[in-house]
Design a binder for this molecule. Sequence first.
Ligand code: PSZ
Length: 286
Amino acid sequence: MAIYFMDGKFTNKDEIKISIEDRGYYFGDGVYEVVKVYSGKFFTEEEHINRLFESAKKIKMTMPYTKEQISSIIKELIVQNKLIEGHVYLQVTRGSATRQHHFPTPSVQPVVTAYTVEATRPILDMEKGVSVKSVEDVRWLRCDIKSLNLLGSVLAKEEAKDAGYAEALLHRDGIVTEGSSTNMFGVKDGVVYTHPVSNLILEGITRQVVLTLCGQLGIPVKEQAFMLAEAYEMDEFFYTSTTAEVMPITKIDDQLIGSGKRGRYTEKLQQAFTAQIPRLGSGING
Ligand code: PSZ
């Protein structure tokens, strides 16, 4: 049976009881992370844990564990669940207290829960590419926080899925920001474009990895906002996330991108990304 973590204990799902007054449940008042596991080993664990603590700080929540303790919890979950390929989901809510908007007084302990998910890489989509639907970005103005409050993303993703698309391409007044749970990139004349880091996007860990790979491969990058109208005209388009890695986009709305097939820069970045993935027998970090 799968092992879950809650507040210091490793246990099975049925043993976990979340309070009806948990602020995550009432307000989406909390933060989370998804860490990818390849061959039983973490990928970019430190970056994810750092971002978790940054998100907690931005919502003025004191983490109940140190970074080292969070790392140990994730490691223990991987071992106990014998996870080889998939990810760890970990969230922290501000805790449980009588419903009132302001922070609980006296303060309460944040609630930490985590578990593992078995999942394989989306290899087929990574070769063939996917289509995305443009959706107006109506989320709040602190998208830099990886918060549990995801209704804007949920509605955008549903609108895309309902229309038969894999992901929503969000835009604010025509300016492309990111996806519902991904960062968006275009390639034009050999230059990679993506929205700059700001309060309007989540600074994805995979985004950082890809920008570093562009540097190593000598591919010029412009972290500069572009319009949806310009996105249609890009030679290539792709999105990134922890689970999607580097995902080619072959169609935006009813507009084919480039040749309508995975582009060559996208493929190069996928190859470089794959070369970084921990392999079986490649030493222990997890
Ligand atoms: O399994 C999934 O569908 C996942 S795992 C992580 C994400 C989706 N998305 C993270 C994310 C996001 O929520 C938003 C709004 N923008 C960008 C990203 C990509 O961030 P990284 O690369 O850190 O996963």
